[in-house]
Write a protein that binds this ligand. Structure first.
Ligand code: PLP
Length: 363
């Protein structure tokens, strides 16, 4: 069996105990199973620092884009207009989703190493009173930049608009006071900072806004309200649920609590990230994002000057020694990415850096 740890932003390295949960083929309509879904939903609300009846949770089958697409195509009505603030591929993908669904939208693009500005968004909202919803990504996994959702939330809420956040690679690894910020829909997934496996995303919704979306969805399977309505009765999923993934996720949430919840996990990720950047700097390899906006999840590194290696060569060298890293995704520089979330500890970061050092010395 191939064996390496993932230094990628999800799917990521999970514990054996999380993987082991998937050995059981659970019945979907069984009460025990429905209780697991209900308990997952309760725990997710707690992690977001919100509670019923103001907020509620929907679990949605599919990869992470399905979660984002579900929200955008369900809550933005035919008369509404969306403002997308994008500084990476995932923000831009929201534009793609809007195009496909025929959603009226405006795109505010920033450079990939800059964060969208609350002030600028405020100006756009003044110029375009037709805007009803604003969406953005929190941790842009494209580069590793951590966007300032708090300053944007202030402006969006002051203007009375609906705020949608893709917190795919940050929820659970960065503490987000969802209620305090007034985020109306926040989307994340089973296979990122909660350290489960891929198969569904989850959406924490302002209940009133979710109720308003009834009948607006442009898709049957991604209808957020309908999904909620069925799931909220007794925990039964509307269509076939990814049972093995759900069991693994329930275990992952338990392990997260045992670790000390979001504070402990955020601390481990921050320490991993700091150590990684520090050790890479000793080899003359520096982050693409400035330190003021670098997030604690994944780091984009610029190729060292005078390099003479290909990413593929380095990737293979590292993989043969037990780790998988990511190619770069920014368009304006030669880069590669290293994620430090998942079941990853100080020893892994040290080992990885010594492998990279060895590789560069051999080149
Ligand atoms: C911030 C963010 N949004 C959306 C996605 C889309 O995920 P997927 O490719 O799983 O659909 C990702 C994937 O890594 C992501 O990091």
């Amino acid at each position: 069996m191939p064996n390496y740890k993932l230094l990628t932003p999800g799917p990521l390295t999970t514990t054996d105990t999380v993987k082991k949960e998937m050995l059981f083929d659970h019945c979907t309509w069984d009460d025990d199973y429905k209780k697991i879904t209900l308990s997952i939903r309760e725990k997710l609300l707690k992690l977001a620092h919100v509670s019923e009846p103001e907020y509620t949770v929907v679990l949605m089958q599919g990869s992470e884009t399905f979660g984002v697409e579900s929200v955008l195509t369900s809550v933005i009505g035919k008369e509404d207009t969306l403002l997308i603030a994008a500084n990476g591929a995932y923000g831009e993908r929201m534009g793609d989703i809007a195009e496909h669904a025929g959603i009226s939208y405006l795109m505010y693009k920033e450079e990939y190493d800059q964060i969208p500005s609350g002030e600028k968004i405020g100006e756009i909202l003044k110029e375009h009173p037709e805007i009803t919803h604003v969406s953005m990504v929190h941790s842009e996994t494209t580069s590793g930049i951590l966007n300032d959702i708090a300053s944007v939330a202030k402006v969006v809420k002051a203007a009375g608009k609906t705020f949608i956040v893709d917190a795919m690679s940050s929820f659970g690894g960065v503490d987000i006071p969802v209620g305090e910020l007034g985020i109306d829909f926040i989307i994340s997934s089973a296979n990122k900072c909660i350290q489960g496996v891929p198969g569904f995303s989850f959406i924490i919704c302002n209940r009133e806004k979710l109720m308003e979306s009834k009948g607006k969805a442009r898709s049957l399977s991604l209808d957020l309200y309908d999904q909620w309505e069925t799931m909220n009765k007794d925990g039964k999923w509307r269509f076939t649920s990814p049972t093995h993934v759900v069991l693994a996720f329930a275990q992952a949430l338990k392990e997260m609590e045992e670790e000390g919840g979001i504070p402990a996990r955020a601390k481990r990720y921050e320490e991993n990230n700091r150590l990684l950047i520090q050790n890479m700097a000793q080899m003359g390899i520096y982050p693409y994002i400035g330190s003021e906006h670098q997030g604690p999840i994944i780091t984009t590194f610029l190729y060292p000057e005078h390099h003479n290696f290909s990413f593929q060569e380095m990737y293979q060298y590292i993989k043969d020694r037990g780790y998988a890293i990511y190619p770069g995704k920014v368009t304006d520089a030669d880069t590669f990415r290293i994620g430090n979330i998942g079941e990853i500890y100080k020893e892994d970061i040290e080992k990885l850096c010594s492998i990279i050092k060895e590789f560069l010395e051999e080149k």
